[in-house]
Design a protein around this ligand. Structure first.
Ligand SMILES: Cc1cc2nc3c(=O)[nH]c(=O)nc-3n(C[C@H](O)[C@H](O)[C@H](O)COP(=O)(O)OP(=O)(O)OC[C@H]3O[C@@H](n4cnc5c(N)ncnc54)[C@H](O)[C@@H]3O)c2cc1C
Ligand SMILES: NC(=O)c1ccc[n+]([C@@H]2O[C@H](COP(=O)([O-])OP(=O)(O)OC[C@H]3O[C@@H](n4cnc5c(N)ncnc54)[C@H](OP(=O)(O)O)[C@@H]3O)[C@@H](O)[C@H]2O)c1
Length: 667
């Protein structure tokens, strides 16, 4: 027979004696807690003033002997209460119920890795949505803002309007220009971190190198280097790890022979040296992704000469959603900014602008008229913009459809590559030399500086090991030859996930804005907010329902992959192009984007499908309810001052759609 505090869990026909000696300490009784509507005088508490010999009638399912539940105590010889003991034939239970109120939730230690806009939004939303959370954000830099802190190359700016690239709940109405420069975006996100007190959660200069799961204690051990302390190691423990490390943070120099021999100035675009002045210099810019396309027109205006190496073709779009782009800043006038101070005016303006970014999904589909129209429009625009060197157009127009790669508006780019001081080079690079770059044609060109706008590791392999159940997620996801993958079913060779949120067999690990993070339409901040809201629901469930571990089932992940495999071929994403959606490998499974629209992914992530997740419980019995239901009480109903009827509101204030659905409100 199970026992709690030395008292039998199952009362069989027993009279409880000497209850005063137990550790029970229960709240003052009051009419509100009166059980079964019996006379108040019949309700008592387990304290020393009670008679020695009493019989207890307990609310259903409550183990006597535990502190907490208020019990109804009647004189043992009360003739009016026959049968006030558990019936002898009542089913016996061996279940030992933990003594806690159902609304006393476990305090989860949650570690977020990364403090870009995803980590900042985590620092804002998770404490608001997950009661009792102990949040730590580990960031390798010395401030928050990620992309916008690190990227300071000339011309860095967002290429969707700044009014769209911000949180949904705390907008800046006063952006200085339509497509804000990097520093203004950095300032915005740092201001959000200050406004919502996110800095208090962040441990800076912590570069994570490994996270390892311990099944015994059901916790992650996070280790890495504390860059502020002469590279001392650090260690953190957490019940959950959420990665928010960005997609383009792990920038890479190309690995051509001779890279280390070049004696001029060599930098990656994302590692721009603010002391480097390109004025009057010969500069090579490698890469025609979004960074290269921004850099070329900016450096072309000041450099003596630019060698622009663009080994593949790319579409130059006019804009993302019809907003006209110019190379020069598109400032908001003081008058416009003043008008936007009016909350109604601003909301109207913002809704109209943002809606355009949700409606561009149709052009993603193969053969869609919208895609064909886009192609025609881009060819016209590109032809017009290279009119100074019309022969260039045939070397520029890609043989894949627009939207296969992320679109790049590139204001000023085509004009720049037709300028006299720019050489547009599509030959492949063979090697770097001490003084410049040699292509496979044997041509060698000397330069003072080489800027590699060659992008980042886009295979989603984390820059730290993630080890659980004898596997390292880096190994599981790393691209490998087909024969190797066929030999080991544990290897997937690409970022295999459940809805881009988590990975089977890697418990208590959640991915923010990782693989399949966002739809091809919509906005990044909105998508991150929705994903965090999903995770908040999951964390609330875990902390309140006695759950030890949670991970998605393999069957659910397989079904998701099968859906994506059927969906993506309908889109131009599976054309023959290299993009971060396919990890830079044409023909590889699309994993950088959600298989559906932004509205679609929002709906999918609105309510978790709990049946797709697998759970382990803290309660020794493995019983799913024991650790959750606790002693049968809510704490709130035992607090005299709490609003025990929060569902009662003034007539007319009740929204029937949300009635009884607010997770934070209960009796
Ligand atoms: C130059 C540039 C311009 C862009 N422009 C746009 C745009 O106009 N519109 C748009 O929608 N998107 C744009 N993007 C994409 C942009 O990255 C995302 O929109 C967004 O910033 C992602 O935020 P994040 O927090 O997920 O990642 P990030 O901003 O990359 O932040 C990741 C954070 O994780 C930290 N981190 C990484 N590894 C570790 C580790 N091992 N240990 C500790 N900390 C770590 C990093 O230091 C960083 O602070 C742009 C990207 C770049 C590079
Ligand atoms: N707001 C903006 O305007 C803006 C600015 C910058 C970045 N971004 C975001 O960040 C993402 C990354 O942009 P990014 O420009 O840094 O990277 P990217 O889009 O991945 O482009 C990298 C470029 O470098 C080339 N490249 C890579 N390795 C090379 C090598 N060894 N030799 C020659 N060329 C090489 C690639 O060519 P191949 O295509 O042939 O591989 C590609 O042209 C973008 O897609 C966008 O989401 C946005």
């Amino acid at each position: 027979m199970a026992a709690v505090d030395g008292i039998p869990a199952q009362i069989e026909n027993a009279k409880l004696t000497n209850l005063t000696n137990s550790t029970n300490s229960v709240g003052k009784h009051d009419k509100q807690n009166n059980l079964n509507g019996l006379d108040d005088d019949a309700v008592g508490t387990l304290d020393s003033s009670e008679p020695e010999e009493v019989v207890a009638i307990l609310p259903n399912g409550i183990t006597p002997g535990q502190k907490g539940p208020e019990v109804l105590i009647l004189p043992a010889d009360d003739p009016a209460t026959p049968g006030n003991t558990v019936h002898p034939s009542y089913p016996a239970s061996n279940l030992e119920l933990p003594d806690h109120h159902i609304d006393e939730v476990r305090s989860l230690r949650v570690a977020v890795i990364g403090a870009g806009l995803s980590g900042i939004l985590a620092g804002i939303l998770l404490p608001a949505k997950v009661p009792n959370i102990q949040l730590t954000i580990l960031e390798k830099n010395t401030d928050v803002s990620g992309t916008w802190l690190e990227n300071i190359y000339p011309g860095v700016r967002c290429d969707i309007p700044a009014h769209v690239y911000q949180s949904t709940f705390s907008p800046n109405t006063q952006w200085s220009q339509q497509f804000a420069e990097g520093h203004e975006i950095r300032d915005y996100w740092q201001a959000q971190a200050r406004k919502y007190d996110v800095y208090k959660y962040v441990k800076f200069a912590r570069k994570v190198k490994d996270i390892a799961w311990d099944d015994q204690n059901a916790e992650w051990t996070i280790t890495g280097t504390d860059l502020s302390k002469e590279e001392q190691p650090f260690e953190e423990k957490a019940d959950f790890v959420l990665t928010a490390i960005g997609r383009f943070n792990d920038w890479r120099l190309p690995n051509y022979p001779g890279v280390s021999e070049f004696q001029g100035h060599l930098r990656h675009a994302s590692n721009w040296d603010k002391n480097f002045d390109p004025t009057g210099k010969s500069v090579a810019i490698i890469g025609n992704g979004a960074s290269g396309i921004q850099l070329v027109p900016n450096l072309q205006r000041v450099a003596k000469h630019i060698d622009h190496y663009a080994r593949n073709k790319t579409w130059i779009a006019a804009s993302w959603a019809g907003d006209e782009r110019t190379f020069e800043p598109q400032w908001y006038s003081e008058e416009q900014k003043k008008a936007l101070l009016d909350p109604d005016e601003y909301l109207k303006f913002r809704k109209e602008l943002e809606a355009k970014y949700w409606r561009r999904f149709a052009s993603t589909f193969r053969g869609a008229p919208e895609n064909e129209a886009m192609r025609q429009r881009f060819i016209e625009i590109m032809t017009e913009r290279v009119s100074r060197k019309p022969e260039l157009i045939k070397t520029l127009v890609p043989d894949f459809n627009p939207n296969c790669r992320r679109l790049t508006p590139g204001p000023g780019y085509l004009e720049a590559i037709t300028a006299d001081n720019v050489s547009f080079i599509q030959d492949r690079i063979r090697r770097f030399t001490k003084t410049g770059i040699e292509t496979v044609t044997g041509e060698h060109r000397e330069v003072d500086a080489i800027i590699c706008a060659t992008g980042a590791a886009i295979d989603f392999i984390t820059p730290f090991s993630i080890r659980a159940h004898g596997k390292n997620l880096q190994d599981v996801w790393r691209p490998r030859p087909a024969e190797e993958l066929a030999k080991n079913p544990d290897y997937h060779g690409w970022p295999y996930t459940y809805l881009g949120l988590a990975v089977p067999n890697f418990p208590n690990l959640l991915l923010i804005h990782g693989p399949h993070g966002a739809g091809p339409s919509g906005t990044v901040p909105h998508s991150v907010e929705v994903q965090l809201t999903y995770f908040a629901k999951l964390l609330r469930k875990v902390s309140s329902q006695g759950i030890k571990t949670v991970s998605p089932s393999k069957k659910a992940a397989d079904d998701f992959v099968a859906y994506a495999d059927a969906f993506f071929p309908k889109t131009v994403l599976t054309d023959n192009c290299s993009s971060w959606a396919n990890g830079g490998s044409p023909g590889q499974r699309i994993h950088g984007i959600w298989p559906g629209s932004a509205g679609h992914v929002t709906l999918v992530r609105k309510e978790p499908r709990w049946e797709d997740w697998e759970y382990e419980y803290w309660h020794d019995s493995g019983n799913r309810f024991a650790g959750w239901f606790g002693n049968g009480w809510t704490k709130r109903e035992r607090e005299e001052d709490s609003d025990i009827v929060p569902y009662l509101r003034r007539e007319g204030e009740v929204d029937l759609k949300s009635l009884h659905e607010e997770w934070w409100s209960w009796p």
